[in-house]
Design a protein. Structure first.
Lengths: 505, 475
């Protein structure tokens, strides 16, 4: 087992720490009574977790494809099951994305959540622990426990603090993802029965027959495609997004959707490489459909949250496409796209949340023509909007560019189909930004209609807290957009190793 | 003699409990005192079973085997007793005047169930089955607060179905006796022809004999009694009937199938019952509004999951079943704990009564959610680890279709377990009063939460205990 692992933790078991800190923090929440104390405590825990996770970036050995910061402990000897965690170039950035997004989730619901605050913070912290757990698990049982562990907190997040149709949205989310997960469970058990190990690197090197690989790949693909979500499994996403509170949407879009792609990279591809290559055309086809369909649907929305939700379908389609091109640029582009989408879509949802707190509506026509009223807000929204449509100089460009480059290299027809997807992306984002910023104020649907009853003047620009949120998110947009080198470096070795492993014999 | 007494000490503590409560029935002690005494006796049985875990012996002319296996289950039974008595603090659902009698029959029934774990002879098996059933016949109608009709109806149904099950069991036993000429389980199973398909009568006899066990487990086709008994009996009684008899039945079932040895025919028979039980239980549970009726159908479904481990007839499968029943004890007690404490006047709880539970008592809502997601088989609970092990065992034995159907059932069941969660966490418009739990109940909440999560994540202790037990009976 040791040959796959690198034990370079900085004096303390960093991965277990960042996974356990939110859990311990959640326990403490039970005794806190005061609302402000709870909020501050939630912020402290998530910020400390984020700080504790920074060594992952600084001490990561960029020349090794092994699983780093590894920890091994005996767990259930009766099943020959160990607690094994570690990160490689594929997961380390996602762990960092998780730890860095969570303080923002607490911050963005600072005023909005008043009801059941203690439970809210607890649920957020449980989510954080489970998501970090998924990214660091090197053992299929552990992976599945965390994978399913995300389900109930997310369900509660929508069902308790959600919008008017929360019952429908939450149960749809739950049943959809659960149905996917049981297939995953089945695949993992079959793998165990066939190979007698739960350890992912050992599973990777197991020689499986092609039919078995197909079985594993298809079961996994159903689970992961639902999470991504890939056409035709995407229908739960818009409903869940619209009803979820802002923090829920941010977690859902920024982090939860990454689980699907991550699952492909961590389990489906390396364990069933032949089946993955065999199914790649289908997956690429579905990804293309997601991109175009997501773009078309986003173009037709009047609810901003719905629009961004459908744009997520398109963006994650890009990431899936990148993965199944089986080229270094494609997978690196996909990983970068996942990070970018996490930052940008999270920021857009936070922005919509801010609007909703002010105007009580998420309809575009109730929120139009804001440039005079909230200049700082629209400036940030414009930046994130441009990043979402892949404008050069922003992070969105780098990811999409790499994927398109890979696509042209591998299959020009597929790449040609990408072009309308990119154009659609620009269309729906520019339409949103145009309405949001400059919409014609003489129109029936414009804000001045409300000016009579004092609605108009109550729109404040960003507060200090909101400035802080937006600025923190804007930094990586520009930084990755102009200088993506460090991020690409960190994933390089692991991606090459994965490709080597998946290469056709 | 002294040795016999030591080996028989768990049963003796329960017999002592029965005698003491019989005497108590002449006076009318305070309810709390009664409960404390009952818990003390249960604890005594628990300690006695733990101390005799490592020792073994054959008692009563070969009719009764005490070994690590039986003691493992006796530990579970006495643990279950302790928890059920603890859960029913105050016995709100039982008339004041019959409370000592309630514990008397409770002790008798548990005594019968304990004997079932050690019985290795047809007569002892029948005796233990009957002792445990007869006491429950009387426990069920002892209900206060909902009128006479439902409890009496439940009691009559339990008697009638129970007698039918006994009849079938006896009939099956007569076949087996006729084939082998002995009532000793070990000798009898050894004398049966192998494979069982050579002598269809043997298979039929065996399955008919197992019907008595299936009745206790509420496995299809012996499940009919469960929903009505759940609804009719008091919550305390239901918590008991739902859990402890199932533990004892699992013990006897495992003993019989290990003695019988791997058999394709027996596995297939059990697989059919498992599938029907799961599917029927889960589909019917979808339509229920009464929480106890829902739990009854879910209990039928869980008997199906449990049997999947047993029908593998190899150590890992049996181990998973033992673990599963242990987990089931905790998860189902979690649900009954909430039902009991929510229903202050003893009425049955429906979905609308659960609404807004998270406002009225956050900790109870937490317990209910853990119980529900545990029963649904989601991590990180004991129910997940149990299902995981059972499915792994069945896949190892290449029961692909069976596991496929079971997984399909897990998806169905998630819907109604989620309804419980949704009801508990849904908003209510009007203000409802807060539910105050006593210190004992709060402690039990914590215990249940810790057991469900820690039992799921760190199952090693129980597994080594159960493995030791299994080694004692594996041929």
């Amino acid at each position: 087992m040791e040959e796959y692992l690198l034990f370079n933790s900085p004096g303390y078991p960093v991965l277990s720490y960042i996974m356990l800190m939110p859990l311990v923090g959640a326990l403490v929440c039970h005794v806190l009574r005061d609302d402000l104390a709870l909020r501050i405590w939630g912020l402290i825990v998530t910020v400390l977790t984020a700080l504790a996770s920074l060594p992952l970036y600084m001490l990561f050995d960029r020349t090794s494809a092994r699983y780093q910061f590894a920890e091994v402990r005996a767990w259930i000897p009766a099943l020959d099951l160990n607690y094994v965690v570690g990160v490689d170039g594929i997961s380390v950035l996602l762990v960092l994305l998780t730890t860095l997004m969570m303080p923002l989730c607490i911050l963005c619901s600072w005023h909005f959540i008043r009801d059941r605050l203690a439970e809210f913070i607890i649920v957020l912290l449980l989510m954080e622990a489970a998501m970090i757990g998924v990214f660091i698990s090197l053992n299929t049982v552990l992976f599945y426990i965390f994978w399913e562990g995300m389900l109930v907190p997310m369900y509660l997040l929508i069902a308790v603090w959600g919008g008017p149709r929360k019952d429908y949205a939450s149960i749809k989310f739950f049943l959809y993802t659960l149905a996917g997960s049981v297939f995953l469970l089945l695949a993992l058990i079959v793998l165990y029965v066939q190979t007698d190990t739960f350890f992912i690197p050992e599973l990777m090197s197991a020689e499986l027959t092609f039919p078995l690989q197909m079985l594993i790949f298809i079961s996994c693909a159903v689970a992961f495609a639902i999470k991504i979500p890939l056409y035709p499994f995407h229908t739960w996403l818009p409903v869940a997004h619209v009803e979820a509170p802002t923090a829920g949407s941010v977690i859902l879009a920024s982090l939860l959707l990454k689980m699907g792609c991550y699952g492909f990279l961590r389990l489906a591809l390396p364990i069933a490489p032949d089946a993955a290559r065999f199914c790649a055309p289908v997956m690429i086809g579905l990804a293309l459909v997601s991109i175009v369909l997501g773009g078309c649907l986003a173009l037709a929305q009047t609810d901003i949250k719905r629009l961004i939700a459908y744009s997520s379908v398109a963006h994650m389609g890009f990431a899936t496409l990148g993965i199944f091109l089986f080229s270094s640029q494609g997978i690196r582009g996909a990983l970068l796209q996942m990070i970018n989408h996490g930052v940008v879509t999270g920021a857009l949802f936070i922005g919509v949340g801010m609007l909703y707190e002010r105007t009580g509506s998420r309809e575009i026509h109730n929120n139009s023509g804001l440039s005079m009223l909230m200049p700082a807000f629209v400036a940030f929204m414009a930046l994130f909007g441009l990043a979402a449509m892949g404008f050069p100089g922003t992070n969105g460009f780098v990811g999409e560019f790499l994927i398109m480059l890979a696509a042209f290299g591998v299959s020009p027809p597929a790449a040609a189909l990408l072009v309308p997807g990119v154009v659609l992306g620009a269309a729906y984002m520019l339409r949103l930004l145009q309405k949001l910023i400059w919409a014609d104020c003489d129109g029936v649907y414009c804000l001045p209609v409300h000016a009579g009853d004092g609605f108009y003047v109550t729109l404040r620009d960003l507060s200090a807290r909101e400035w802080c949120l937006m600025a923190v998110l804007a930094a990586p947009v520009v930084w990755v957009g102009l200088y993506p080198g460090p991020l690409l470096d960190i994933m390089n070795c692991s991606v090459e190793h994965l490709l080597l492993h998946c290469a056709a014999p | 003699m002294a040795d016999t007494l030591v080996l028989f000490s768990p049963e003796l503590s329960l017999a002592g409990m029965a005698v003491v409560f019989f005497a108590c029935a002449l006076t009318r002690p305070h309810a709390l005192l009664l409960q404390a005494a009952a818990m003390a006796f249960a604890l005594m049985a628990l300690i006695a079973s733990t101390f005799t875990y490592a020792s073994g012996g054959v008692l009563f002319a070969g009719a009764y085997r005490v070994d690590s296996f039986s003691q493992t289950f006796k530990i579970l039974i006495s643990l279950g007793m302790l928890l059920v008595v603890w859960l029913g603090t105050g016995l709100r659902g039982v008339k004041r005047s019959v409370r000592p009698e309630y514990y008397f029959f409770f002790a008798l029934s548990c005594l019968g169930l304990m004997m079932m774990c050690s019985a290795t002879e047809l007569l002892t098996i029948l005796l233990s089955l009957e002792i445990s059933s007869f006491a429950v016949y009387i426990l069920i109608p002892l209900r206060f607060g909902v009128g006479q009709r439902a409890p009496l109806e439940a009691g009559i149904k339990y008697i009638l179905f129970g007698l039918v099950a006994t009849g079938i069991t006896l009939y099956g036993m007569s076949y087996l006796f006729g084939l082998t000429g002995t009532t000793e389980l070990v000798a009898m199973m050894a004398a049966l022809p192998r494979p069982l398909s050579l002598q269809p009568l043997a298979l039929i006899g065996l399955v008919m004999m197992l019907c008595g066990i299936f009745y206790k487990l509420a496995l299809f086709p012996m499940h009919f009694w469960m929903p009505d008994i759940f609804v009719g009996a008091a919550h305390e009684t239901t918590a008991f009937v739902a859990t402890i008899p199932k533990i004892a039945a699992t013990a006897l079932l495992i003993r019989v199938v290990t003695l019988c040895g791997p058999s394709q025919q027996l596995s297939t028979m059990l697989a059919i019952m498992a599938v029907l039980s799961m599917t029927l239980g889960n589909l019917l549970a979808l339509a229920q509004e009464d929480i106890k009726r829902l739990l009854a159908y879910s209990s039928i479904a869980h008997a199906g999951y449990l049997i999947i481990g047993v029908l593998c007839i190899e150590p890992f499968g049996l181990l998973s079943s033992m673990y599963y029943i242990y987990g089931y004890l905790w998860m189902s007690l979690a649900c009954f704990f909430v039902i009991y404490n929510l229903s202050d006047d003893g009425r049955n709880i429906r979905f609308r009564d659960l609404r807004g539970l998270y406002k009225r008592s956050p900790i109870m809502a937490g317990v209910l959610v853990l119980g529900a997601i545990g029963l649904a088989g989601l991590p990180p609970t004991i129910g997940f680890t149990g299902k995981f092990m059972i499915f792994a065992a069945a896949l190892k034995q290449k029961h692909y279709w069976l596991v496929g159907l079971a997984v399909f059932n897990v998806c169905i069941s998630a819907f109604y377990y989620l309804r419980l969660v949704r009801a508990a966490y849904s908003n209510v418009e009007q203000e409802t009063e807060h539910i105050e739990l006593g210190a004992a109940a709060r402690l039990m909440c914590l215990l249940i939460i810790v057991a469900i999560i820690a039992g799921g994540l760190l199952p090693q202790n129980f597994l080594s205990l159960a493995r030791g037990g299994l080694l004692a009976i594996m041929p």
